[in-house]
Design a protein around this ligand. Structure first.
Ligand code: NAD
Length: 335
């Protein structure tokens, strides 16, 4: 059965990597139809709004979006369109896999295969209650963590472990110092973990986690943590396996999910056919998993690995001379 998804082509290199990604998905015959919707600078120019109602309606209808990076112009209402989308659809789980790939400029060309599950809607990162005194000497920020928010993200991480056959969840916290916020998160995590006896659960303080990730990343399987820690850890993990060109991300809620590349619009190479499409393709693989097509997701990931192994038409960021589309065609040929 054909499933319709919302496609947001985005700004900068967005349209190029989206063309490449849809080319591969179509070549694979995964049974997707696309409803195009605008967001970002393109939407501002066409519709006078960064996030038009028609785009929101499309995501509400299809419940699934594949999104290229967007430019949020400085001084245009939202601090970030991406954050706004997460808020409006209550996309509480940010899910970022980091996996070693062959022939990449990586410190860990093998051995890393982990997923960071980051709480996306509360904690220090959302910037609530920010004040600064008139004399500019004292700044404050409110950090709110709830039982409900903690429970649903930890449960998401354990369910993900269960559904993907992963063996271990590491709960990352700073409860020794942040006794209320991180303490509540840890307490709830322990309660949830007890309901998944077949999955190993360990606890790690965030600073130690960063050191362990750099020294022995292979010990991690799934990491679950609060918003700000997850933001930093997931970029650290992308760095371990060769940077943003290979890092996808999903933002998942009860009623909608948005899949994307983690990198930005790369204005320095936009329009030149040099952009690496792999991050968005790997985001599409997460989408296929999410909509119940895990075999197609695996087929896509294997084709990406095989193309990297063969060094066939790799884009310049990976040391090749291929183009966005020739790389995509090489991947499609291996699916
Ligand atoms: P960026 O990720 O766009 O670029 C950083 C560097 O990585 C650049 O040198 C770029 O050429 C390179 N790069 C990024 N993606 C690449 C790819 N697929 N292939 C090859 N090289 C790639 O980060 P930035 O320059 O800080 O941000 C540019 C714009 O993107 C800003 O307007 C920012 O707001 C926006 N942004 C959007 C998102 C999103 O929509 N999810 C995320 C981050 C940044």
């Amino acid at each position: 059965m054909t499933q319709t998804i919302t496609v947001i082509r985005g700004d900068g290199i967005g349209p190029e990597i989206m063309d490449a990604t849809l080319y591969v998905l179509d070549a694979m015959g995964v049974g997707l139809a696309y409803e195009e919707a605008d967001a970002g600078l393109v939407a501002l120019e066409k519709h006078g709004e960064l996030l038009p109602q028609a785009t929101m309606d499309s995501i509400r209808r299809t419940r699934i979006a594949l999104k290229s990076p967007l430019t949020t112009p400085v001084g245009e209402g939202f601090s970030s369109i991406n954050v706004e989308l997460r808020k409006r659809f209550d996309l509480y789980a940010n899910v970022r896999p980091a996996k070693s790939f062959p022939n990449t400029k990586s410190r860990f060309p093998s051995g890393v295969d982990l997923i960071t599950v980051r709480e996306n809607t509360e904690g220090a990162y959302i910037g609530e209650g920010q004040t600064i005194t008139e004399d500019g000497e004292t700044a404050t920020l409110l950090q709110k963590v709830t039982r409900k928010g903690s429970e649903r993200i930890v449960r998401y991480a354990f369910d993900l472990a269960r559904s993907t056959g992963r063996k271990k969840v590491t709960v990352v916290h700073k409860a020794n110092i942040l006794k209320t916020t991180s303490g509540l998160f840890l307490k709830v995590a322990r309660e949830v973990a007890a309901q998944y006896p077949e999955i190993e659960c360990n606890e790690m303080i965030v600073d130690n986690t960063c050191m362990q990730l750099v020294m022995r990343p292979e010990q991690f399987d799934i990491i679950v943590t609060t918003n700000l820690f997850g933001d930093i850890i997931s970029d650290l993990c992308a760095g371990l396996v060769g940077g943003l060109g290979l890092a996808p991300g999903a933002n998942i809620g009860k009623d909608a999910a948005i899949f994307e590349a983690v990198h930005g619009t790369a204005p320095d190479i936009a329009g030149q056919g040099k952009a690496n499409p792999c991050a968005l393709l790997l985001g599409a693989a997460q989408l296929l998993d999410h909509i119940g097509k895990p075999d197609d997701a695996t087929r896509l990931r294997k084709a990406i690995v095989a193309t990297l192994e063969a060094q066939d038409n790799l884009t310049p960021d990976l040391g090749g001379t291929g183009t966005t589309m020739s790389f995509a065609k090489a991947i499609a040929g291996r699916t």
